[in-house]
Write a protein that binds this ligand. Structure first.
Ligand SMILES: [Zn+2]
Length: 254
């Protein structure tokens, strides 16, 4: 399948990149990415994925747009307040690129048969903000053998990690954070605050890693935790390894 003239024009600056090229653009067109969580991370990530010409995007979130979201959730406009985030996002993304097929699922991720959905997707972006959803997503991606691109942000700090579950014995999100439940209620954006552009940085990094996974899989920084400090303007990387006490990996190996 070749690109149409319109597609050549739309994606010309991307096709010019030697890392993408025409073949890479066709690969993006034939790809399906699931994005869970349509908040401050999901909004910028989705904008770049739709703009880049990912063929199919599945959006999962059960929240509605609130006035207090607009400081950082850049897909939404004031007239979206009260509307389901998946609907508002679908409308905005369709306006940006109507060639992208969008599946909007207005549910909590825990109520979705995610393992089944992952059978039809190349990768998943975790843009959620709570431990339960993160553990649920991690386990589903592990079971399905689908790569997970995970990010989080709080205050002026962000973090990013890619878990290549199609590789044998990849560490998982829960190897890194085996016991998040207790901290979760103490530390979230609702009571701690978050610097809006940090979410833009981290969501954009998720889109970067997702696109790279599709067109240049060898270039992805798997098994590393990238830490971003906005106030110091610093990035740090920590190597990730398996945690032999990880309950999620234990379930998988039976
Ligand atoms: Zn694990």
């Amino acid at each position: 399948m070749n690109l149409s003239d319109q597609e050549y024009i739309r994606y010309s600056r991307q096709v010019m990149l030697e890392q993408v090229g025409e073949q890479g653009q066709i690969t993006l067109k034939n790809s399906h990415i699931i994005v869970v969580g349509l908040g401050g991370l999901g909004c910028p990530a989705l904008q770049y994925l739709a703009a880049a010409g990912i063929g199919e995007l599945t959006l999962i979130d059960d929240d509605v747009v609130d006035l207090s979201n607009l400081q950082r959730q850049v897909l939404y406009r004031s007239n979206h307040i009260g509307k389901a985030k998946v609907e508002a996002a679908e409308q905005q993304l369709y306006g940006l690129n109507s060639q992208v097929k969008i599946n909007a699922i207005n549910k909590k991720v825990e109520q979705v048969n995610l393992v089944k959905l992952l059978e039809k997707a190349g990768l998943l972006l975790d843009c959620t903000d709570n431990a339960n959803s993160r553990y649920f997503i991690n386990q589903a991606c592990q079971q399905a053998g689908v790569t997970l691109v995970s990010a989080a942000a709080i205050g002026g700090n962000g973090q990013l990690a890619v878990f290549n579950f199609n590789q044998h014995k990849s560490p998982c999100y829960r190897c890194l954070y085996p016991d998040l439940e207790q901290q979760d209620t103490a530390l979230n954006c609702q009571n701690t605050g978050v610097f809006g552009p940090v979410l833009g940085v981290m969501g954009s990094l998720q889109a970067i890693e997702a696109i790279k996974l599709l067109v240049q899989p060898g270039q992805v920084t798997a098994n590393k935790l990238m830490l971003f400090d906005a106030w110091q303007l610093k990035f740090n990387a920590i190597k990730l390894s398996h945690n032999s006490l990880c309950p999620s990996c234990a379930t998988l190996t039976g």
